[in-house]
Design a protein around this ligand. Structure first.
Ligand SMILES: Cc1cc2nc3c(=O)[nH]c(=O)nc-3n(C[C@H](O)[C@H](O)[C@H](O)COP(=O)(O)OP(=O)(O)OC[C@H]3O[C@@H](n4cnc5c(N)ncnc54)[C@H](O)[C@@H]3O)c2cc1C
Length: 412
């Protein structure tokens, strides 16, 4: 067994044979590391990735593909992911294994008060295959919890301290009352029972039993494969978001109204995660790094797409991306301030934007011009009463709602 020189503490490397001593490497960064540890065969790794969710695992995987020496750290590195992840097909990187895609919907439907067929392919990922395809066979895996992270060092719950040329925090986001969340309650149903139900990116129609002034939720319906569909009642964002029990009742009500009664024996997916938080920067990635779109809750494809650049040490937060990040935050504020009854109208307007504008807003993480144009076009197309709300929320000005104090309509 070789010892990993990590400054003060030498860590036993059970997979040392997979690591190349850094004196084999010639680039400037490695010369710097060798100098920092002048004890001969220093094997300070190039990268430590803290957190092995989709983002951290993709980063560690792509870093090893580049030939970097990588430590991949997670309290439960072998934990199988269970969430159903989906993305727009054009967001995914070319290197992603084709088997990681479970199903493709060429033109999903969206409903506000009326139907919109979206001119953009949507894919549902095969979670297990996605995880396996992001192989970590080239990395050293440590089952431990990071308790303190700095740009070149991480302290673990076990008391160890590890150093690397670069440490990246991909630990996701922690829940907090201050953070808006997305919640959903889903069931997996035989596809033949869903005959007549189109795949739905979102369906805001009011057949879920919710009262008129209540916080809205929408139906999400996607194929998991040829035989099964995931039907999910979703609260896009709320502070607090709708409880799973409420979403369950609405889903049962809605599906019953559409001729798809549930037996209660269907496999269930519970969804709850913060849509706010994360710090963009060179040492954070995935949800922890501000990759999560606060107004949609998507981050997986953005992290996969940026994994190569992040592994290469490139700046994944150019000035344009940072401004887009702020604009997306303003978009979330607008959603949270929207009167519930107006959400379907808002989404009718959004889904009538040109496809390029929709794409820019939903996926253009670094596309400042596209994002600004999309938001401007959307704003101009909204009814006047909503423009006032959106403008005030974007600027952070509270707008009183009739009959309720404060501006919050999706906020309780
Ligand atoms: C059920 C569900 C469905 C979702 N569906 C979609 C979807 O369809 N599309 C989409 O884009 N997004 C979706 N999301 C939202 C979001 O993209 C996911 O939450 C995604 O998992 C975020 O990836 P991540 O790798 O950044 O963080 P996480 O998946 O949260 O991973 C963080 C990792 O860090 C580890 N960790 C935590 N603390 C420590 C520590 N102290 N030290 C070391 N490791 C630590 C954790 O064990 C975990 O493995 C969904 C979320 C949920 C919950």
């Amino acid at each position: 067994m070789a010892a990993w020189a990590d400054g003060d503490v030498a860590v036993e490397a059970s997979r040392a044979t997979r690591l190349r001593p850094i004196e084999d490497r010639t680039n400037e960064r490695h010369r710097r590391c060798t100098q920092a540890h002048p004890r001969g065969r220093s094997v300070t790794p190039d990268l430590i990735v803290c957190g092995l969710g989709p983002a951290g695992r993709a980063l560690a995987h792509r870093a090893t593909a580049r030939g970097l020496t990588v430590i991949a750290l997670d309290p439960a590195p072998e934990r199988r992911w269970t969430a159903t992840y989906a993305a727009w097909a054009d967001e995914l990187p070319h290197w992603l294994a084709p088997e990681a895609i479970a199903a493709t919907v060429a033109r999903p439907m969206a409903w506000g008060t009326r139907a919109h067929q979206l001119d953009r392919s949507y894919v549902v990922l095969d979670t297990a295959r996605l995880q396996t395809s992001l192989s970590l066979s080239g990395a050293r895996i440590i089952a431990d919890r990071a308790v303190e992270i700095s740009p070149e060092r991480v302290t673990l719950a076990s008391g160890r301290s590890l150093a690397a040329a670069r440490v990246v925090d991909a630990r996701g986001l922690t829940r907090s009352a201050a953070r808006a969340e997305q919640t959903a309650y889903g069931v997996i149903v035989d596809a033949e029972r869903c005959a007549g139900l189109d795949p739905l990116f979102m369906d805001w129609r009011a057949d879920n039993g919710a009262a008129a002034g209540e916080m809205r939720s929408f139906l999400y319906a996607v194929p998991l494969d040829d035989e099964r569909m995931l039907l999910e009642e979703t609260c896009l964002a709320g502070r607090p978001a709708l409880a799973g029990s409420r979403l369950r009742m609405r889903l049962h009500h809605r599906l019953g109204a559409r001729g798809i009664p549930l037996t209660g024996a269907e496999p269930v997916e519970h969804v709850r995660f913060p849509v706010q938080g994360g710090r963009p920067g060179p040492h954070t990635f995935g949800a922890a790094g501000g990759f999560l779109h606060p107004a949609t809750g998507y981050s997986v494809a953005a992290a996969l797409a940026a994994a190569d650049a992040m592994a290469a040490g490139q700046d994944v937060w150019p000035a344009a991306a940072r401004v887009v990040h702020h604009l997306r935050g303003a978009g979330l504020r607008a959603l949270l301030a929207m009167p519930p009854a107006d959400l379907p109208v808002f989404f009718d307007t959004f889904f009538e934007l040109p496809p390029a504008a929709q794409r820019a807003y939903l996926s253009g993480r670094t596309d400042l011009t596209g994002t600004v144009n999309a938001m401007r076009t959307l704003f101009a197309a909204l009814p006047w009463r909503l423009r006032r709300r959106v403008a005030a929320a974007t600027l952070g000005i509270p707008v009183p709602s009739r009959g309720r104090p404060g501006s919050a309509m999706m906020e309780a």
